[in-house]
Design a binder for this molecule. Structure first.
Ligand SMILES: C[S@@+](CC[C@H](N)C(=O)[O-])C[C@H]1O[C@@H](n2cnc3c(N)ncnc32)[C@H](O)[C@@H]1O
Length: 235
């Protein structure tokens, strides 16, 4: 069963390797979070790096980056941009996030964007990311929350296995795996689908915040918003 679902995810991403690109204001939010916490001495692990749309901008800010994905097609595309831009501090590794070959307590920072929801064993992946981080090191990740409109929409729309978590499970798992939450941000009470004007409206900035975040973080609504960005520190 496990291999079967992983093979479906791999196949899905093999077909997207050439076309996957940065979309929407959420790209800027991820970069904002990276820039806030990365230092020139950081040894960073980009977990589920895809074709490198977040890893590449990190490369001139960090000491060294190791980027892992299980899709050979994604890594081949990524390798082309590394060569084209002559980036020297990124190492690509093909591997599964559930079974990493890195030693304990090695990285200063782990980023894991739009990837956790393709892994059934959420607690196992968080445990593994904790293992490779140094004490005090930071994990920046985003997750899909199960009781949200977008979770329903995504399951119907995308023909790939997806595993969303409840707010309770997210907090509980991070805690039992040895993380303290440092910062949490909430987006996508409304799925980012359909007419462009809606997407542009959600990306508008008012009082230094995206409209999407302003609405999605409101009391009560925030429990039904889809995307949670979490920055957490290894205890
Ligand atoms: C939506 S893409 C995100 C890529 C990149 N982080 C980004 O935000 O652009 C999800 C990536 O996770 C990878 N992936 C999913 N499950 C994985 C696993 N168990 N081990 C390694 N990579 C995995 C897929 O191959 C795919 O490239």
């Amino acid at each position: 069963m496990k291999k079967n679902y992983e093979n479906k995810v791999k196949k899905y991403y093999a077909n997207m390797a050439k076309t996957m690109k940065a979309a929407s204001g959420l790209y800027k939010i991820r970069l904002e979070l990276i820039n806030k916490y990365i230092t020139s001495e950081s040894i960073v692990f980009d977990a589920g790096c895809g074709n490198g749309i977040y890893t590449v901008p990190m490369s001139n800010k960090a000491e060294k980056i190791i980027a892992v994905d299980f899709s050979q097609e994604m890594l081949s595309e990524f390798a082309k941009s590394i060569e084209k831009q002559n980036l020297k501090n990124i190492t690509l590794v093909q591997g599964n996030l559930l079974n990493l070959s890195f030693k304990n307590n090695y990285f200063d920072m782990v980023t894991c964007f739009s990837t956790c929801y393709y892994i059934e064993a959420f607690d196992s992946v968080i445990k593994e990311l904790n293992r490779v981080l140094k004490k005090g090191g930071l994990l920046i990740l985003d997750c899909g929350i199960s009781h949200s409109l977008n979770a329903l929409y995504s399951k119907k729309r995308f023909k790939v296995p997806q595993f969303f978590v409840s707010n309770k499970k997210l907090k509980h798992t991070l805690n039992v795996c040895g993380f303290d939450i440092v910062e949490e941000r909430t987006f996508e009470i409304i799925p980012r689908v359909g007419i462009n004007i809606l997407k542009k409206g959600l990306d508008l900035i008012i009082c230094n915040k995206m409209v999407d975040e302003l609405i999605s973080s409101m009391p009560i609504l925030k429990y039904f918003s889809f995307r949670r960005f979490v920055v957490c520190k290894k205890r």
